[in-house]
Design a protein around this ligand. Structure first.
Ligand code: NDP
Length: 485
């Protein structure tokens, strides 16, 4: 890998890189080596102010563009991203530690999909004509104004574009704050959008920790906040936004169930469980981390799962062959190691993995616990690492009740050859993004988001446009006004 991780400067504001070394230093550590590969600085209050001022001014210009012209900028940016997929994938790997075989197909490509999709929809953002006899009403979809995007560290390129693409298509401007753990990728997106013809100031990136995010959320110039992160942060951000009645989208955590019935295709179910627990080293909010397997096929399932997991290539994420990389950071690795201890203490049966690997970087072996019961901590809390909990069940009604017995509701999956059962069960599961005989597919055409504590609103699909625009209705009277006096 030949690219240099150090960005030109920490922030991207009003069409250019901006540095302010007086902000706190944020080291960027490559998770596979534990070594620093770049340094950025947190945005000072002055930097945040510059970004919001730029966004506010630019939005007034951007909204005056025809929607088709706005869309064209986004689709042009998508093309540039595709042309530079290799370079962007390498940067994503350095930023997150995710294997290059994943980042080549799941990050910049997903970002480009979002820009292309919402670029195409921009001109279709029309209202309605509502006839009332002689009079009539028409509706107009207007942008919200300045939107703030706050990202998590697991998909820095994708998260920036899943938020920016619908926001910009609707005529909003955005200030995006990446996670302090992965500050690099969003800067490239900002650069590319300018190259694609976006007016300066429409998309800005400010680095920082939680307090920078909090400053952005509470600023009166901000009309909407979209957060991807944990439930505790979601509660804080939602409350802060509510104080001034700001719109929110919350993409939060989960403890999603995957249910494998006795008639399931075992290879497919094992494949789904692997994808839904070990892809991106398990650092995905929608993961199916509670795998309920019918008792009749449990041992067969576990045997194939262990055999296939043994084939994982754990290594340097820059190597083409690597299929499992390190955890994103030492802190996240330590959180996950704590859960491994908890699983053992609570009496779960370790099928494979269960430990840190003896090498540089933040590596944890892909881990399967069997005989997990509903009351164990590893069956209740989001771990955000390569840790699968396999639970037994016998009865359909019972497994549905247990699957729903969680405060979360992001995703759910069902594996069965009986399609009536598949639809019946999915219909009763409390989750926003569901899968039948599959797991974790997230095409831009499909709405993505959770119910219960997992979130508010939806990303992707036409539904996202509703969350970045507001409706104006206009009553048109054709005759005289009849006033009482
Ligand atoms: P957080 O929820 O702590 O942070 C998410 C983002 O919000 C980060 O950019 C963070 O900044 C920012 N932030 C933190 N506090 C505030 C605040 N008061 N106001 C505004 N912004 C704020 O997630 P982490 O990235 O620290 O990950 C912790 C846990 O979150 C994981 O273990 C996992 O359970 C979950 N998670 C969920 C994800 C999902 O997709 N739903 C993705 C990643 C993590 P900073 O990073 O600087 O703290």
């Amino acid at each position: 890998m030949s690219i240099d991780a150090q960005p030109t400067a920490s922030h991207f504001i009003n069409g250019q890189y901006v540095e302010d070394p007086s902000g706190a230093e944020i080291p960027v550590v490559f998770a596979a080596t534990g070594k620093r590969i770049a340094t950025v600085h947190a945005g000072t209050p002055d930097v945040v102010d510059q970004a919001l001022a730029a966004a506010k001014a630019a939005q007034a210009e951007w909204v005056a563009w025809s929607p088709r012209d706005r869309g064209r900028v986004l689709t042009r940016a998508a093309q540039i991203i595709r042309d530079r997929n290799e370079e962007l994938s390498q940067l994503e790997t350095l930023d997150t530690g995710k294997p290059i075989q994943e980042t080549r197909v799941a990050d910049a490509t997903s970002a480009a999909d979002a820009l292309e999709y919402f670029g195409g929809l921009a001109a279709g953002l029309t209202g309605e004509h509502i006839p009332l006899g002689e009079d009539w009403v028409y509706t107009v979809r207007e942008p919200l104004g300045v939107c703030v995007g706050i990202g998590a560290w697991n998909y820095p390129t994708q998260i920036a574009c899943w938020k920016a693409a619908p926001a910009l298509a609707c005529g909003n401007a955005m200030v995006f704050k990446p996670s302090e753990t992965t500050p690099l990728c969003a800067l490239k997106i900002a650069e590319i959008l300018i190259e694609a013809g976006l007016p300066k100031g429409v998309f800005n990136v400010v680095q920082g920790m939680g307090e920078t995010g909090a400053q952005l959320v509470t600023d009166p110039r901000v009309n909407k906040v979209s957060l991807t992160g944990s439930v505790p942060t979601g509660k804080k951000v939602y409350a802060a936004a509510a104080a001034e009645m700001k719109h929110v989208t919350m993409e939060l955590g989960g403890k999603s169930p995957m249910i494998v019935f006795e008639d399931a295709d075992i290879e497919n179910a094992v494949g789904g469980a692997i994808l839904g627990n070990f892809y991106s080293t398990g650092q995905i909010c929608s993961n199916g981390t509670r795998v309920f397997v019918h008792r009749a096929i449990k041992e067969k399932f576990l045997t194939r799962l262990a055999e296939r997991t043994a084939q994982a290539v754990i290594g340097d994420p820059r190597d083409d062959a690597t299929s499992i990389g390190p955890m994103v950071s030492e802190a996240q690795m330590n959180i996950v190691l704590g859960y491994l201890d908890k699983g053992r203490e609570d009496g779960a049966r370790l099928v494979c993995g269960g430990e840190r690997l003896d090498r540089d970087g933040f590596y944890i072996a892909p881990t399967v616990f069997a005989d997990v019961t509903d009351d164990m901590t590893i069956a209740q809390e989001e771990i955000f690492g390569p840790v699968m909990a396999v639970l037994d069940f016998d009865d359909e009604d019972d497994v549905i009740a247990r699957a729903n017995a969680t405060p979360y509701g992001l995703s759910a999956g069902v594996f069965t050859r009986d399609l009536s059962r598949a639809h019946r069960v999915i219909g009763r599961l409390q989750a926003g993004s569901c899968f039948i005989n599959s797991y974790n597919d997230a095409p831009v055409e499909a709405p993505f988001g959770g119910v219960k504590m997992s979130g508010v609103g939806r990303e992707n699909s036409k539904a996202a446009l509703d969350h970045y625009s507001q409706m104006k209705s206009v009553y048109v009277r054709m005759g005289d006004v009849e006033a009482p006096f």
